[in-house]
Ligand binder design. Structure first.
Ligand code: VLP
Length: 134
């Protein structure tokens, strides 16, 4: 059975989001707002096609991709830097490498018990987020 990420997920913890945002060059005023947010993720998975909608009261971000197919990502409303992104399976983890101006940029999603985990990486910073089903 492949892992099934489908569902609506609410953020319950957000470790070192500040460090991750600083590494991305997000300005102070935006960081102050962003760290108060409790974003929700709506994930639609159909085979190897994914649609991940991250919503919040401040900004939304939509990401659509197919496993193994590199695409241009604009990061609009985040740091607005374009990068080339590639998502692959590493065992049961969804691993994204975001190649561009920022070194070591990417993220990993996985399920652990009933929780959705997301690790966000940029340069030497790692942010760890945990989501629970809405
Ligand atoms: C920018 C950094 C906060 C902070 C300012 C705006 C969207 C995996 C992947 C799918 C992400 C989320 C990245 C969040 C980086 C914020 C607005 C917060 C709400 O998720 O699920 O794109 O990369």
């Amino acid at each position: 059975m492949p892992v099934d990420f489908n569902g609506t997920w609410n953020l319950v913890s957000n470790d070192n989001f500040e460090g991750y945002m600083v590494a991305l060059g997000i300005d102070f005023a935006t960081r102050k707002i962003a760290k108060m947010l409790k974003p929700q993720k709506v994930i639609k998975q159909d085979g190897d096609s994914f649609h991940i909608h991250t919503t919040s009261t401040f900004r939304d971000y939509v990401l659509q991709f197919k496993i193994g197919q590199e695409f241009e990502e604009d990061n609009k409303g985040l740091d607005n830097r374009k990068c080339k992104s590639l998502v692959t399976w590493e065992n049961d983890k969804l691993v994204c490498v975001q190649t561009g101006e920022k070194k070591n940029r990417g993220w990993t999603h996985w399920l652990e018990g009933d929780d959705l985990h997301l690790e966000l990486r940029c340069e030497n910073q790692v942010c760890r987020q945990v989501f629970k089903r809405a």
